[in-house]
Design a binder for this molecule. Structure first.
Ligand SMILES: Nc1ncnc2c1ncn2[C@@H]1O[C@H](COP(=O)(O)OP(=O)(O)OP(=O)(O)O)[C@@H](O)[C@H]1O
Length: 292
């Protein structure tokens, strides 16, 4: 799905003493089949921006176009039902949204709500549970609240995938997970996206490593404005510039930058994972042994 924001602005609690301008003049475009990240300091407007993509929020100024649907100030929520199905949202701690009496019913709720027959909705639920790695059918009849925290989160994500969205909005989906749990979760979304070339995801994250690893293109938000966009190499090439926006570079890049500064070694500093950093150092050592 093609998504475009034009001069998008948003103000919370407009015309009240608590009025808060959260977005101003945002212009961005996401192509079909893209893997993008939105980064920015706390309060920079990331969540506000992504909530416009499925019409949870309606712009105060400008417009947001998602596929066939154009959302402008005053657009009525009831015209956005189809968009809700096409754009799935995974929030922080998605397990907090579980509510039904069995795992299967909870996951089938979305497809049922979007008009699928009972049989088809339960088939989609079963498929989605498999996708998130929950294959044990005994589990499907249990209460979601009797599962482990990790399983609960997977059930909640299955509930979003079951409606077959074209776009997934991932707003800090790995919050509270340990490093391996984070990798497993992000790999799940990455595999989901690769399954069909028209699928996209938009990842909101504070983890620069995740942005660099799982996005081909990154948007940087600062105080409600979009201040930079580019490939991970472009975004993370300038540590000082990122600092101005309260951001850092991935730890592996920082290590290489420091190593290069201290030793003068001509290292390529855009290695974003420990594996890539190790490869870069090994490459250098092989070519110029003992210099680092
Ligand atoms: N429901 C709300 N009512 C009033 N102001 C809000 C509301 N939600 C967010 N804000 C304000 O809007 C601004 C942008 O918030 P937003 O949550 O979009 O930022 P963010 O970049 O997602 O932050 P974080 O990284 O902390 O999640 C902040 O100043 C925030 O305090």
């Amino acid at each position: 799905m093609h998504i475009k924001a034009q001069d998008l602005g948003f103000t919370y609690m407009k015309n009240t003493p608590f009025e808060k301008r959260a977005l101003r003049g945002v212009n961005l475009e996401l192509k079909e089949g893209s893997r993008v990240a939105i980064v920015g300091h706390t309060g920079s407007g990331k969540s506000t921006l992504v909530q416009h993509i499925n019409g949870l929020l309606v712009p105060s100024e400008g417009s947001l176009t998602a596929g066939e649907v154009e959302i402008r100030p005053g657009t009525k929520q009831k015209t956005l039902a189809k968009l809700r199905q096409q754009v799935g949202m995974v929030f922080q701690f998605p397990e907090h949204q579980l509510f039904d009496e069995t795992v299967e019913k909870d996951v089938a709720f979305g497809p049922l709500n979007f008009g699928y027959s009972r049989e088809e909705a339960f088939r989609l639920a079963c498929e989605a549970l498999g996708k998130v790695g929950l294959h044990d059918k005994e589990l499907y009849q249990k209460s979601p609240f009797d599962l482990s925290g990790g399983q609960m989160r997977r059930v909640a994500i299955a509930g979003v995938l079951a409606s077959n969205p074209d776009v997934l909005i991932l707003d800090e989906p790995t919050a509270g997970l340990d490093p391996q749990g984070r990798i497993n979760m992000m790999e799940l979304f990455s595999d989901w996206q690769k399954e069909k070339q028209e699928r996209s995801y938009v990842l909101v994250t504070h983890h620069m490593e995740d942005a660099a690893t799982y996005a081909d293109y990154i948007f940087v938000m600062h105080k409600g404005s979009l201040v930079f966009e580019g490939s991970p190499e472009e975004v993370f090439s300038d540590e000082a510039r990122l600092k101005q926006w309260g951001l850092g570079v991935p730890k592996s890049s920082s290590l290489l930058m420091n190593l290069s500064k201290r030793t003068g070694a001509p290292l390529t500093v855009t290695a974003f994972t420990p594996e890539d950093a190790a490869l870069e150092i090994a490459r250098f050592l092989k070519g110029d042994e003992g210099s680092v």
